[in-house]
Design a protein around this ligand. Sequence first.
Ligand code: GUN
Length: 303
Amino acid sequence: MPQAQIIDGKAIAESVRDEITQRAAKLLEESGKQPGLAVVLVGEDPASQVYVRNKDRAAEACGFHSVKHALAADTSETDVLSLVEQLNNDPDIHGILVQLPLPDHIDESKVLRLIRPEKDVDGFHPVNVGLLTAGERSSALVPCTPAGSIVLLKRTLGNTLSGKNAVVVGRSNIVGKPMASLLLQESCTVTIAHSRTRDLPDVVKAADIVVAAVGRPEMIKGDWIAPGATVIDVGINRVPAPERGEGKMRLVGDVAFDEAVEYAGAITPVPGGVGPMTIAMLMANTLTAARRLLDLPEEDPLF
Ligand code: GUN
């Protein structure tokens, strides 16, 4: 059987970041301003620390003003809320990202709702969720992982998503739900499946486009994929890799890649697929937020 095209998320993310770097330079010329991104991390979760460091580096590489606030795990909710308020009022900050998960004593939704929607580069504020759901994508800030997944689909399939059957496996607020909204806006016929879906293999088999975002390692098997379908694997799961030595781990997606590559027409690898796109789209959202806050005209959308 022919092997699937491997979608190179790293290369596509790099081209998006190059474009953003150029646009940031243009913004600096036009307004004397750099896009400003503030990332807030509470506690010492090692995975979150890696993400935050990568975001900070990417922002600097794009020529942004980047600030990182690393707070102790026992920081009070009040202190986190007043930091968000301070960033809301800081004219040099156009994007605010509070890394999730937050420690248990902090009410996540209270913090996310306090972020000014115009600075909500994660797209998690109810105002942005509402705009996206209402089909007003162009005035919303769109969550980065779903936005990056659409870019990958369009770079792979061209602007031909219309009419395709898309199945999103997973119903999270961060990926599944916004992904379904975006696919609907691209005129796909969208099914949201999840852990309780009956006959999941058959549901997936009916899809021209499969987006896997369940957070369970290699749950979606190769023979669930229709021949020639396009597979976007959002999962990032750490699993033991004894073949690499004792205690070693490796990253796998939500799709059994080695099997699925025999069926799919195109598929994203893990790592190197959706992951790099998330950070690239965060840079894009920060630039969009900066232009809007500075009352400058919007540039061509990236997707
Ligand atoms: N934790 C895991 N994914 C995300 C994300 O996209 N944004 C934030 N803020 N935290 C996360």
